[in-house]
Design a protein around this ligand. Structure first.
Ligand code: KG4
Ligand code: ZN
Length: 343
């Protein structure tokens, strides 16, 4: 018997990236991402501006996703092509989520095809299944982004358990807030990474928080960096400029050791050796390097999605939609987005 092909349009609009992707039988055919540069001048994402930019971007982004996938675009072709539409339902900025949700609902209603709501954090984890080289179940995933820091046990595409998470700031926030203290523009994470290349990571020692279990905390680190910089700059007003590389390298090393010490603990507690990274912070070069080194030391099989699937993207939403389609896990048309949601 010939199996029926499944094609999913995925929509992501939880924060400041408008993205659309096409997934055909579990393979990603396109992943189009429109970044919103408007926020840079404000030092962070401005929710109202993000919603407006999503409204401007969503139609051209979806159109480009069809073209890039070599599919005919336009409403007359959508019905022949699409099996279902998946979208990010939670968590995120409510105004931003509403744009993707309303777009997905309207298109699903007009085409009479199923609608699938996706949890953004579940999708970040499943981004590890996009590549041909995939982790075997069960695997552990350290998801590190600007909004989240979690260690997740993934037993199947639909069965995940959060083993640990941050009790305050996310790892990306720790990078961005540290960068702000150093006078660097938003988002500062990539800049810390860049300056750190030429720095000595052992020059300054920042404390590692003692948090029980597998949870994380980064707010103490931010405070200790603040006091350290105030003290040093009081003695030498050029301290930051003269020591930028060493400060960045030392801060980065501490964030990475906080993350990986907990990941190591989770691997030991569960006995799992299939270990993944996910989320925007997994672009950090020191994190990637130390993660691979740790993998070699403990005989883990390690996985990191391609960069375009680490930061916010619709490919992970389309792929999660594909697995939910296989499981018959559809949403009603009266579904609405939620800014915060456990899963
Ligand atoms: O996953 P993501 O694109 O968006 C969220 O869902 O938050 O992650 C963005 C975060 C930002 O905090 C950014 O500074 C951080 O990822 N980031 C990095 C690097 N690239 C992105 N942090 C450190 N080093 C990097 N190379
Ligand atoms: Zn994200």
């Amino acid at each position: 018997m010939k199996s029926v092909s499944i094609t999913i349009l995925g929509i992501e609009s939880s924060c400041d990236e408008t993205s659309a992707a096409i997934c055909h039988d579990g393979k990603i055919l396109s992943n189009v991402i429109a970044n919103q540069l408007v926020h840079q001048q404000y030092g962070g994402v401005v929710p109202e501006l993000a919603s407006r930019a999503h409204i401007q971007n969503i139609v051209p982004v979806v159109d480009t996703a069809f073209q890039t996938a070599n599919l005919l675009t336009g409403p007359e072709h959508f019905l022949q092509t699409l099996s279902a539409i998946s979208f990010t339902q939670a968590p995120g900025l409510i105004g931003s989520l509403l744009v993707g949700c309303q777009f997905a609902k309207s298109l699903a209603l007009s085409l009479g095809i199923p609608l699938i709501s996706v949890h953004h954090m579940q999708a970040h984890v499943l981004a590890n299944l996009i590549d041909d080289r995939k982790p075997a179940f069960p695997f552990l995933c350290l998801t590190v982004s600007g909004g989240h820091t979690q260690i997740v046990l993934c037993e199947s595409p639909s069965s995940m358990k959060v083993l640990g998470e941050t009790i305050d700031d996310a790892a990306g926030e720790a990078f961005d807030k540290s960068a702000k203290l150093l006078g660097l523009p938003y988002p500062g994470g990539p800049l810390i990474d860049k300056y750190a290349e030429a720095g000595n990571a052992d020059r300054f020692l920042f404390p590692e928080p003692q948090i029980p279990g597998l949870n994380f905390s980064f707010s103490g680190l931010k405070t200790s960096i603040l006091y350290f910089l105030q003290e040093q700059s009081g003695r030498n007003k050029n301290f930051i400029q003269e020591n930028m590389a060493d400060i960045c390298s030392s801060v980065q090393q501490r964030i990475v050791t906080i993350l990986l010490n907990k990941l190591k603990k989770a691997a030991m507690q569960t006995g799992i050796k299939e270990i993944c990274l996910a989320g925007g912070v997994s672009a950090n070069s020191a994190l990637r390097k130390s993660f691979e080194q740790l993998g070699k030391k403990y005989q883990w099989s390690t996985y990191i999605p391609a960069f375009e699937y680490c930061t916010d993207n619709a490919a992970m939403i389309a792929l999660t939609g594909y697995y939910k389609y296989l499981a018959g896990d559809f949403s009603e048309l009266n579904v609405s987005p939620t800014a915060r949601a456990e899963w």
